[in-house]
Design a protein around this ligand. Sequence first.
Ligand SMILES: C[S@@+](CC[C@H](N)C(=O)[O-])C[C@H]1O[C@@H](n2cnc3c(N)ncnc32)[C@H](O)[C@@H]1O
Length: 206
Amino acid sequence: MNSFGIREPRFERPLGRKLRWINRLLRALKWGGEVVSTPDPALQMSTLEQRINLWHLAEQPLGYGVPGDYVDLGCYDGQQSTLIARAIDGQRPLHLFDSFETSFGLYRDVLEVLLEHFAALSLPSPVTHKGRFEQTIPSELPPVIAFAQIDCGVGGAPEWHRTIVRLCLSSVWERLSKRGHRRDSGLPRPRVEVDGSLPLHQAPRG
Ligand SMILES: C[S@@+](CC[C@H](N)C(=O)[O-])C[C@H]1O[C@@H](n2cnc3c(N)ncnc32)[C@H](O)[C@@H]1O
């Protein structure tokens, strides 16, 4: 595993002096844990643990020879997409979907920033699908999907979020390979409300 990729410094809010001091104390006491800063949504869209999981999940379809493309629905500036791209190492097409309308305080063209992140890491260019999911899904989804991540929360009304997640889930499900992965993030609570007819932790298709 590429631990440098997963710990990219730009994703972490730096620890202040107080927290660094507390961590020194915890180490001296051999407490076995450390204090971490709360994620800043403008800088960090996932925790270190989520990125480690994502890396392993993204590698598995390759390892098990699951056919299909990779899809990231709600890629924002590509923080997690670059991780997926590194895990698949150019072996499969990576499709990124987003309206790129929400800047989360970035104050830059989000798609441009995403492409800069890919270029900075010398990753192959992803296939980008700019537009609202309501317009791009399912028509622009690849016909066979090995791996899909759905991460489309923007802090809007839960009902609206639910409709979008339901569209993403049902469209991906139709195209998901046997033994394909689908990872969902930031789903509205309670989870079962997303779609009673499509269990979120459904067994792999077979
Ligand atoms: C939480 S962010 C995704 C973070 C991203 N996965 C990352 O790791 O950086 C949610 C994204 O979903 C996108 N999104 C939400 N609803 C959408 C819709 N209806 N159509 C297109 N994009 C949408 C937003 O533009 C936003 O970039």
